[in-house]
Design a protein around this ligand. Structure first.
Ligand code: HEC
Length: 121
């Protein structure tokens, strides 16, 4: 009996590990192209569509956090909050606030752009 409980615990632990990894390794459809991600054509349009209603320059709803220009976006990339907020991993406030999480392909594009140095391209 005790052995069964231990096995059960191990199974749960393994399952949750697998889930975490699957989340990271297989998050996106094969049709999701993360190779040529650019600030101007990929990142900025998502921010405009999903974030800048609150984080655009004159909007009051974004608590002073402005994401409508590269330099300001870069600040939140560098301090880790941008990615953590959209990944909704508990390390920053989950964004977009009050809205649905961005889809996995879009999240992969943000990761890819950041991994490539978050250039102003
Ligand atoms: C409905 C308004 C609204 C939308 C839409 C929104 N935000 Fe926010 N965001 C806020 C508010 C308000 C705060 C500050 C209070 C808080 O942390 O909840 C904030 C905080 C943040 C922070 C700082 C988080 C921290 O923990 O310090 C980041 C980064 C951020 N938002 C990014 C985004 C991104 C990226 C999007 C789009 C995917 C987005 N936000 C969409 C309202 C919004």
């Amino acid at each position: 009996m005790k052995r069964n409980i231990i096995l059960l615990a191990i199974t749960f632990f393994a399952a949750s590990c697998y889930y975490d990894k699957a989340d990271l390794v297989y998050p996106v459809a094969a049709s999701c192209d993360t190779t040529a991600v650019k600030y101007s054509t990929t990142i900025a349009p998502v921010l405009t569509a999903s974030c800048n209603g609150c984080h655009g320059g004159t909007a009051a709803a974004g608590a002073g956090i402005v994401l409508d220009n590269y330099n300001s976006v870069k600040t939140y990339v560098t301090n880790g909050k941008l990615l953590n907020s959209i990944l909704q991993n508990g390390k920053a406030s989950a964004m977009p606030k009050g809205g649905g999480k961005l889809d996995n392909c879009t999240l992969s594009k943000f990761s890819s752009w950041i991994n490539q140095g978050s250039l102003n391209n």
